[in-house]
Write a protein that binds this ligand. Sequence first.
Ligand code: ASP
Ligand code: MG
Length: 472
Amino acid sequence: MGKVKFFHICALNLSPLLRQLSDGEGQGAEVKKLNMKVYKFGGTSVGSPDNMRMVMKIITDGEQKLVVLSAMSGTTNSLLQISGAIASGEKENAAGIASQLEKKYEKVVSELYANEVSRQKAMAVVYEVFGLIRSFFDIPYTEKTEKVIVAQGELISTQLFTLLMVEAGFSTVLLPALDFMRVDDERAAYLPAIRTLLAELMGSSPEVDYYITQGFICRNPQGEIDNLERGGSDYTASLIGAAINSEEIQIWTDIDGFHNNDPRYVDHTRKIDQLSFLEAAELAYFGAKILHPQTVLPARVQNIPVRLKNTMNPSDSGTLITTESDGTGIKAVAAKDGITAIKIRSARMLMAYGFLKRVFEIFEKYKTPIDMISTSEVAVSLTIDNTKFLDQISEELLAFGEVEVDRDMSIICIVGDIITEETGFASRVFNALDGIPIRMISYGGSRFNISVLVPTAHKKSTLQTLSDKLLN
Ligand code: ASP
Ligand code: MG
């Protein structure tokens, strides 16, 4: 297998998984694909009884498959609010949010099932989960509290859905993700364990048509409940796809696939039919909210096609992501908000070596990934999106010279297969950006991406002008 290149500094975080995948522990594309697809449905897809029934209709086509579900939409946010309230000692507030959420589930259960037996089983699930949540109100809050509470969203949705499938007479089994999803000490997915444990679990019920499991949740090396971070259900699906060497991974959401620009800010966007893994990774990382950025990697290394599909419009072919790019040129633009730019100006950088290394070491020390970087002889600018340690980082950077921090910036990412474009490409991009106050540019770092940093106040106009001048 060829060497895998990193496309962003932050991708270094993935190195344990990359190592597992490319060391032969991940068996690579040569191994025969399992004739089974992995389907993942997001929060809106399971967000109401009607939508759950729609999901049931989509998956029950007679082909054996493994189905990953998110929590019902809104639930994860509410669970985080509950745990936040417990953390700050606001027990009544926590109880209020929990009761509201519980009522929502009582309503879902009352509308979801055809018979009383299923309804009672489902209510028992709901009461057990909310009983567990309330048990945290009177004990001291620890880090584990949040992890356990936030895991309940996927635990409920999958149990309610499995009951629905069983009631409808489908051969279905719930595979508990906590029994096979594993992360290592760095909270990076640990594929060898996932592969072995999942194979054992599936092996003990081989005749089942539909395997259901939870996205997002996992256990850490201490055996405690943990998670793959917000939006992590997509990542679960691709890890499972890689673990069983599935023939295809389908990510079902509430939009037809990747669009060539952000439909929330720009009129007349178009769906993209096909993207390469590398183009999709850039788009997912830089803002196109449809796919969790880490999702592409396991699929790409095992060469498993990923298809993005719309639960509300299942006949649409969606976006297909494979090794093939759909020709050269610009495919899409996307924006990532909440970016902070840091400029370090230092006379000592002049003609010196080892300077950048020492700058990077500070970011490494605070486990803060860097997205964009641009340097001159006397200054270096870089961007971060995790500002948890910004004060400490700025403080330490002062040892090198002046430090300037700009908040509320957005990275605008222009994605495509760009290098083979005729000359004049850069000037087309820059002409399109005429009138936009650009703070940084990254060009040539990757053949699939050109990034510019603009104040978030100018994001919408930047996206619109790029759409008008480059995409249409
Ligand atoms: N439920 C989790 C979240 O809202 C994971 C997911 O939906 O992908 O972040
Ligand atoms: Mg999602």
